[in-house]
Ligand binder design. Structure first.
Ligand SMILES: [Zn+2]
Ligand SMILES: [Zn+2]
Length: 367
């Protein structure tokens, strides 16, 4: 159990003056300075007295410390005290070498789907480059397969503390160990298979089940199928991103589909039945007599299934009416007759023409 009495740590009484505290700290710091005593235990103690001094030399902090643990919700250890004063990450309790073994990165791979695959779901294989555990060293990174050695520069702590004298007194700074990069251990005999990283590049193929209703840009997460981490650490995730191919007939808007059909004027005027190949196969579309250019025929639930929940989007068929451009004399005569018949019989233009329409369809049909 570490000593939690900061006064005892500096060897002074609880009612010591600021000057007494300063002198006590200077005396101890001289003896425990890392330049004099580089062993880890002494360095630890040096850190502790420095932190104790930082608290007791500040009147406001000293007052808070004197108020007791209740003022901070209780502290049981040296680390707790420092955490209360300096926040987590300070001092010996919560600092230390970061792990050599870390989680791997996430991977991203594209999968290209056509509209029907995106709409109804599909199972696809995707191939991508990733990082896998090195089989030669099983992730340790050492040629012998043994664990990496403790770093001699930082004694495995991953960081180096330095005390500098300044006009403010002694200032302690801590920085990551330059030799081991902060991990506290070094690979002295790197594995020839992976160069010490513990992992190797690998091309992999995975099978991914794509649900119905996905669309361009959606990412499907495959947990743990990403890169293995440094030192053989746990793998990241694989994200499979949907790239949707454009359809030659249908344009997608969310789960709705749109397409365009062009009709001859006569067919639009008289009404007709069209056959359209939808995602569900051939469907007959009923075009009502008198359909105008720009009219929209909606086929309910013939769009893309909703990814979440039930139901489907709609299919909107946009009708474009084509007016004939080159009329032969017979066609022109019939159209003129028709126009005249409509004017005479139905000035409101609602319907009319009678048998002329059928005659006209025979003459113009298919245009
Ligand atoms: Zn080191
Ligand atoms: Zn290796």
């Amino acid at each position: 159990m570490p000593d939690t009495d900061l006064y005892a740590l500096l060897g002074v009484s609880k009612d010591a003056s600021a000057d007494e505290i300063k002198k006590a700290y200077r005396r101890l710091a001289r003896d425990l300075h890392p330049d004099v005593n580089p062993d880890p235990e002494t360095q630890e103690r040096f850190k502790e007295i420095t932190a104790a001094y930082e608290i007791l030399s500040d009147p406001e902090k000293r007052q808070r410390y004197d108020a007791g643990p209740d003022a901070f919700g209780g502290f049981g250890s040296f680390g707790d005290i420092f955490e209360a004063f300096f926040g987590s990450g300070f001092g010996t309790a919560s600092r230390g070498p970061r792990s050599r073994v870390r989680r791997g990165a996430d991977s991203l791979v594209n999968v290209t789907l056509d509209l029907a695959e995106a709409a109804f779901g599909v199972t696809k294989e995707v191939t991508f480059d990733s990082a896998a555990v090195c089989e030669q060293c099983t992730g340790t990174g050492t040629a012998s397969g043994a664990a990496p050695e403790t770093c001699g520069t930082c004694q495995g702590r991953g960081e180096i503390s330095q005390v500098q004298r300044s006009f403010l007194g002694q200032v302690m700074t801590t920085r990551p160990c330059p030799r081991c990069g902060g991990v506290g251990s070094v690979v002295t005999d790197p594995c020839p298979g992976c160069g010490g990283d513990g992992r190797v590049a690998q091309r992999r193929t995975v099978t991914v089940k794509i649900p119905a209703g996905v669309e361009h840009g959606i990412r499907i997460r495959l947990s743990g199928e990403g890169e293995v981490g440094p030192g053989g650490g746990p793998p990241g995730d694989l994200y499979v991103q949907v790239v949707e191919r454009e359809h030659e007939v249908f344009e997608r808007d969310g789960d709705d589909l749109h397409c365009k059909v062009t009709l001859p004027m006569t067919a639009a005027a008289l009404g007709t039945a069209l056959t359209l190949t939808t995602l569900d196969g051939d469907e007959t579309i009923d075009i009502k007599p008198g359909t105008q250019s720009g009219a929209v025929v909606t086929l309910r639930a013939r769009g893309v299934p909703h990814l979440r929940g039930v139901g489907r989007g709609d299919l909107h068929v946009h009708v474009e009416v084509r007016t004939p451009t080159h009329l032969d004399p017979e066609q022109e005569r019939l159209l003129r007759e028709l126009a005249k018949a409509r004017d005479e019989e139905h000035p409101d233009g609602s319907s009319g023409g009678g048998g002329l329409f059928s005659r006209l369809r025979d003459v113009l049909g298919g245009r």
